[in-house]
Design a protein around this ligand. Sequence first.
Ligand SMILES: Cc1ncc(C[n+]2csc(CCOP(=O)(O)OP(=O)(O)O)c2C)c(N)n1
Length: 328
Amino acid sequence: MQSDAGERFELHRWLYRTMFTIRTVEERLARSFMAGLIHGACHTYVGEEAVAAGVCASLSEDDAVFSTHRGHGHALAKGVSPVALIAELYGRETGVSHGRGGSMHLFAPEIGLMGTSGIVGPCILQAAGAGYSAKLLGNGSVGVAFFGDGAVGNGAFHEGLNLAAIYDLPALFVCENNLYATEVPFSHASRNPEVAPRAENYGIPGVTVDGNDVLAVHEAASRAIRRARDGGGPTLIEARTYRTRPHAEGMGLTGVYRTEEEVAAWREKDPIKMFRSRILSDETMTESDLDRMESDIKSEVDEAEQEAAAAPWPDRGTAARHAYREAP
Ligand SMILES: Cc1ncc(C[n+]2csc(CCOP(=O)(O)OP(=O)(O)O)c2C)c(N)n1
């Protein structure tokens, strides 16, 4: 059995590696978008990496994740490789959805990434459905939805949380409250700017957590996931975070809806910077360990990008594959 210190080291290493990989891939994709290599929209997850990493650290391939238009980070944290993600955004056959889905439609059911979607809200219902299936099968798995504050006003939020609550389903609802839906402040879209207390309406626990503190997210998520696996029912987590890039690449970073000062203040609370300081003060790893890890990840992502750019396009003859069921 591993010692506590050994387990902590492994966890911290995994969390840092996952967050830094997401950041590096996203920054690479932002450049690729400007170079015209990406077909369709590209919503990056820069600034929010601690949420995907902190939650997915407690999940296995048997747990089902449903995500949104901002899903690259969830896909990577759930185990999609950088090359499969980048190739998907480049529209290539080797992409995670064989080049058919692009940025917002990432599917890898073999590792429990049940899909990202451009439609705001349904992932909440799908996670409740996965929880229902897990309960019927008694297999101990959990359905997880990641969604933004913009989904909270959608009927799916009420229906999904209510359904999961009344049947004590093993589900976890993770609201990434980054304060804006596109360029609409949450405080304009709702008279109640808090999400977690809404859990009380459904009789389930609601937890607010600093979404830029990966250890805080991990602790809240692992407790909720354990509770769900043990038959205790669903939890709503509100992770308070911020995207430090535009809503989608090509849009303005700031504007009528937020100021440069606000973005700069949140960059000071960057989740990777914060975790790096924590690791160094806890002495889990040294500066040179972290520098080496970062440089390895940068090389891996560079190689992944080159491989994706050289990958073949899907064959025209297979355009309808996965769109229609094969005739029996
Ligand atoms: C059902 C639905 N309504 C509206 C839209 C248009 N839309 C795309 S992204 C977005 C904002 C979503 O904001 P939020 O859920 O907070 O996620 P964030 O982009 O902040 O991560 C909206 C309204 C949509 N895609 N689906």
